[in-house]
Design a protein around this ligand. Structure first.
Ligand code: CA
Length: 224
């Protein structure tokens, strides 16, 4: 899951960015509305966290432009404490949810999980063969047994589960898992895939390598 964070307050941006990265999200940060607009027109994200009080282009205009391009990207708006009007304007302009500053990080993380799930249109729990994955708590179980995953592995598993039976290119994995400046860890994608594949060994689903193209998460009834 790749998140664009548009926030001009460096302290808030830093705290949010760290928390989300710890949670296995790839986070790209911009500090102005103009940069947010540019990023949104040229790149693919799974969620936008948008401060309304942004320099160069107000957050509300970033949102209006996004919706004018018919994008259905989930948007979580951040507003000032007394910004009741902002909240209403944000929702009217097409925001999916809002949070009022200051907010607790667990609250933000809960909203992010709900919104990224809504974007996929999937149920909270995905069950295939012996695998069950709770998208709300981000917990993987195989045959009822909890499987420990690193934040990267969680991110990777979510990308695969949203594309079961379909080819996922390495570029797509990089797009969803790596923020700007994350190149080092992106080179390690093959390693993450290898580790996740081992952890899924007894689940009945498997990650197959499609030579030269990428990977595919195969359901048990797929032809070998
Ligand atoms: Ca601001």
């Amino acid at each position: 899951m790749r998140i664009l964070l548009a926030e001009d307050d460096p302290v808030i941006a830093d705290g949010l960015g760290r928390a989300l990265k710890r949670g296995g999200y790839a986070v790209d940060h911009v500090a102005s509305g103009a940069d947010a607009d540019a990023a949104l027109t040229s790149q693919t994200f799974d969620l936008l966290i948008l401060d309304l009080g942004l320099p160069k282009l107000p957050g509300i205009d970033v949102l209006k432009r996004l919706r004018a391009r018919r994008s259905s990207l989930p948007v979580l708006v951040l507003t000032a404490q007394d910004g009741v009007d902002d909240r209403v304007r944000g929702l009217d302009a097409g925001a999916d949810d809002y949070l009022t500053k200051p907010f607790a990080l667990p609250e933000l993380e809960a909203r992010v999980r709900a919104l990224t799930r809504r974007g996929t249109g999937q149920a909270s729990c995905i069950e295939i063969a012996k695998l069950s994955y709770d998208q709300t708590d981000r917990v993987l179980k195989i045959g009822g047994q909890l499987v420990e995953l690193s934040a990267r592995e969680v991110g990777l598993l979510e990308v695969f589960l949203l594309r079961i039976g379909r080819l996922v290119s390495k570029d797509q994995l990089v797009d969803h898992l790596c923020g700007w400046g994350d190149e080092v860890s992106c080179n390690a994608i093959e390693v993450y895939v290898h580790r996740l594949r081992k952890k899924l060994e007894d689940s009945g689903v498997r990650i197959v390598t499609v030579r030269g193209l990428g990977y595919c998460l195969e359901k048990p009834d797929s032809p070998a």
